[in-house]
Ligand binder design. Structure first.
Ligand code: ZN
Ligand code: ZN
Length: 147
């Protein structure tokens, strides 16, 4: 179930926040009273930036999945998610496009590896058949000699 995140401070029920990623946490600041909250987002492989990905507005509504981990931010102006950067395996921040490209390359590499393994297996099978043929020829020869 997705719940809208509302400011917990008494007398405030603000639901618009500024967001900032600090280490593995998303720090959100209530627009109305300035209260700050931290959400653990270490399970995400990306970092949310503080501004909207489509209109560069910096105020967000937040939604939390209560069953599984997940916090989502939506721009209060246009509904788009915040700009994201991904951290690659070397700890370098990359854009979404760069990450996508990297993932595709990785996938292509895996496919290539599989095709390569398949070719090796076929080669093995062919070699196995050669051995079999040789053995048969040898047995044939043996039988003929025995007669
Ligand atoms: Zn508040
Ligand atoms: Zn926006």
């Amino acid at each position: 179930m997705i719940r809208t995140v509302v400011c917990q401070k008494e007398g405030c029920c603000g639901n618009k926040f500024y967001i900032e990623t600090i280490d593995n946490n998303l720090q959100v600041t209530c627009k109305d009273c300035g209260s700050k909250y931290l959400f653990d987002i270490s399970y995400y492989d990306f970092i949310m930036l503080s501004s909207c990905s489509s209109c560069s507005n910096d105020m967000f509504k937040l939604f939390k999945d209560v069953e599984k981990e997940g916090i989502y931010a939506k721009c209060t102006e246009c509904g788009a998610p915040p700009e994201k950067v991904y951290v690659d395996s070397d700890g370098i921040q990359v854009s979404y496009e760069a990450k996508l490209l990297h993932d595709i390359k990785e996938l292509m590499y895996q496919v290539e590896q599989r095709v390569c393994n398949l070719e090796l297996k076929i080669e093995d099978m062919e070699r196995g058949q050669d051995v079999l043929e040789e053995s048969l020829a040898y047995i044939n020869k043996y039988i003929i000699q025995q007669r």
